[in-house]
Write a protein that binds this ligand. Structure first.
Ligand SMILES: [Zn+2]
Length: 321
């Protein structure tokens, strides 16, 4: 295909997307009936970037300028497993977040951090979709953020925050994933027929041999599958949290407060590896000044980019086994 044709095709595809037509390759959320669907519009930006790259690539190939072709080729990097990354700038709108020694509300700092991280990831990985849960000073509920990530088919979800304490001594960075107790809420045996009435049931699998009604068996199997999926998601969230914390240790000169588990609303119900990153204390007299500065933000961004690369690599290695 000639470059010209491809460019036309590109803009045609973009126009189609703008009308909310889902493509087969990527299940974009359809445009809402009420008007512009934000996720679709935001995805257009990624599509346009990708087309621009493809066009540059073809131009370089056809010009037979080996140097130019090499330059384009090396500019392209792809993550192996991660395709859609959702970044969640904590708080927003009426929800101000913490206020520390520097009089800047947390909601602005998290937004700034998310924008920087997005820009860095997009420049490095033209193929990746990097989407924010909010792009301006907007109120969003915790469950809205998670549902948005689920709806976008996110491969990972990072909720970005800065910490606060009632006293001035707390310092350092920490990464959270969902507490295990919250992962499988129905873990305790359910009351009622199947398990209580059948004898010698060791596991869900044996119920079939015992002639338990099909419907009951299916329910048990579905529950088992759902629990396994949740446990897997939780394990991967733990791995992501660990990877992030390791990279923060390398790049931020402060106290390593470790990986923690908590029952955070913004993590509940996430279908993908999901974490909360607290990259420093706004309330510490020294760190509070630092986190509002450029250097700390740069270091946090570079730690998070490497963490995402490392996590992607770990997923790829595991898949190859
Ligand atoms: Zn926060």
């Amino acid at each position: 295909m000639r470059i010209f044709d491809k460019a036309i095709l590109g803009s045609f595809a973009i126009a189609l997307l703008a009308m909310g037509t889902p493509t087969t390759a990527d299940a974009f959320p359809p445009a809402s009936v009420t008007g512009i669907d934000l996720p679709t519009v935001l995805t257009l930006d990624d599509q346009a970037r990708r087309f621009a790259y493809l066009i540059a690539q073809e131009a370089a190939e056809q010009s037979q300028d080996k140097q130019a072709a090499d330059a384009v080729a090396t500019s392209r990097k792809s993550l192996k497993k991660l395709r859609t990354i959702v970044l969640d700038p904590g708080h927003g709108g009426e929800n101000l977040g913490a206020l520390g020694v520097v009089q800047i509300q947390e909601k602005y700092l998290t937004l700034e951090l998310a924008y920087r991280l997005r820009k860095e990831l997009q420049q490095k990985y033209p193929d990746a979709r990097v989407i924010l849960t909010r792009y301006w000073d907007q109120s969003l509920s915790l469950s809205d953020r998670v549902h948005f990530a689920n709806r976008m088919g996110a491969d990972i979800f990072l909720s970005l925050h800065y910490n606060a304490a009632p006293h001035q001594h707390a310092i350092g960075f920490e990464t959270y994933f969902l507490a295990a107790d919250e992962v499988t809420p129905g873990k305790q045996e359910k009351k009622g027929k199947p398990i209580a009435t059948s004898q010698n049931v060791v596991s869900g699998m044996e119920q079939r041999g015992l002639g338990v009604e099909e419907g009951v068996y299916n329910d048990a199997l579905l529950t088992l599958k759902r629990d396994l999926a949740r446990e897997n998601q939780n394990r991967e969230s733990g791995l992501l949290a660990e990877t992030i914390q390791q990279n923060l240790v390398k790049r931020i000169d402060s106290t390593d407060r470790g990986v923690k588990q908590a029952n955070f609303g913004v993590l509940r119900g996430a279908l993908m590896p999901a974490v909360v990153v607290e990259s420093g204390f706004l309330t510490h007299p020294v760190e509070g000044e630092k986190v509002a500065g450029e250097k700390h933000r740069e270091n946090t961004v570079s730690a998070l980019v490497s963490a995402i690369e490392d996590f992607d690599q770990r997923l790829a290695e595991r898949a190859a086994k």
